[in-house]
Write a protein that binds this ligand. Structure first.
Ligand code: SF4
Ligand code: SF4
Length: 326
């Protein structure tokens, strides 16, 4: 079905067998963004934080034994607790989400992949996050080979997404695009159908214009903007990123094996990779949509084009979490 080049790409990723879980490193943050799923759903109050670094180290050892081979650190703001990051980094392939306001010391974490959150241009960021975070994060990480921006596009950005993409390119970094799920219903920041069609076209054009800067694929753009894959609609019944011990769905959809999202007490689990109070029918979580494609490989084996789409999404995920080079 595939020519030699695509088959080699397929072989490269098919052996990866990624088993991820997500960890709230802390309940604290140095920002308070409107629409942050963590604070808007009170997940910061779901459990107290484990304060002993030794307990974090023992916990990560247990996670490794459980079969986890990718630790995704979120929060709150993980960089407020470097020792906790270190407990993961020393033991497992680790990715750290950050707002980029505190620089991770590269002498301590030389190749830790960092995804910096960005919520639009300066105006949007001031409205939603209270400051122009890019001004600081781009100074902290310019030219860093293990850093990219996680650019959450809002409807207000339509027609001018390229401005920030160009700024990211100019500071020598890469970018992955995702869409805002307006959890706190900030006026003017919810998507309508026409806006979703428009943003898909804009994302496709950006990928053509900046193939070296964007870590993306057109199939990902299609799936995340339409919420559809192979005639099926994304939502609770399809979502792959549900914490396994809390997953009571029957029948079970294809899902991430052994996936758990842990709270910062290292005992409490959250329902899924994002907010437990989010309406799944409007969820635009990028990683959940990527994983949805990835776990449904069999459905992409009917035609060569379907399989290539699947390979591109898998490669994108593998690049974002440093399993393969950019
Ligand atoms: S920086 Fe991240 S964790 Fe902190 S408030 Fe904003 S979205 Fe939430
Ligand atoms: S909110 Fe999103 S990620 Fe969470 S279960 Fe629902 S669809 Fe999945």
């Amino acid at each position: 079905m595939l020519d030699k080049e695509w088959y080699a790409r397929y072989k490269r990723i098919s052996s990866l067998n990624i088993r991820s879980s997500i960890y709230d490193v802390t309940n604290r943050c140095n920002l308070r963004c409107k629409g942050c799923f963590f604070f808007s759903s009170d997940e910061d109050q779901a459990a107290p934080e484990e304060m002993a670094t030794s307990a974090w180290e023992a916990f990560v050892d247990r996670e490794k034994e459980r079969g986890v081979n990718l630790a995704i650190l979120i929060g709150g703001e993980p960089t407020l607790y470097m020792d906790r990051i270190d407990a993961f980094y020393k033991r497992l392939p680790t990715f750290c989400a950050s707002n980029g306001q505190i620089k991770l010391p590269r002498d301590r974490f030389p190749d830790l992949m960092v995804g910096i959150s960005l919520w639009g241009d300066e105006q949007d960021e001031k409205v939603l996050r209270g400051k122009d975070t890019f001004a600081v994060s781009s100074r902290n990480y310019a030219g860093d080979p293990y850093t990219y921006y996680l650019y959450t596009i809002t409807p207000k950005q339509l027609g001018r997404i390229d401005r920030m993409v160009k700024k990211i390119k100019d500071v020598g970094l890469k970018v992955h695009l995702q869409l805002l799920s307006n959890d706190e219903e900030v006026d003017g920041f919810s998507w309508d159908e026409q806006q979703l069609r428009d943003v898909r076209a804009e994302m496709d054009a950006l990928l053509d214009a900046y193939p070296e800067t964007l870590i993306s694929s057109k199939y990902y753009h299609e799936v995340i903007t339409t919420g559809m894959m192979m005639g099926r609609r994304f939502g609770w019944l399809e979502c792959p990123s549900v914490t396994e011990p809390m997953d009571t769905r029957n029948p079970q959809p294809k899902r991430l094996i052994r996936f758990i999202r842990w709270a910062a007490d290292l005992k409490t689990m959250h329902r899924c990779c994002t907010s437990a109070t989010r309406d799944c029918s409007t969820c635009k979580d990028g990683a959940a949509h990527m994983s949805w494609v990835m776990v449904n490989k069999k459905d992409h084996l009917k035609t060569a084009d379907d399989l290539k789409n699947w390979i591109e999404v898998y490669e994108m995920f593998a690049k974002l979490y440093r399993f393969i080079p950019w």
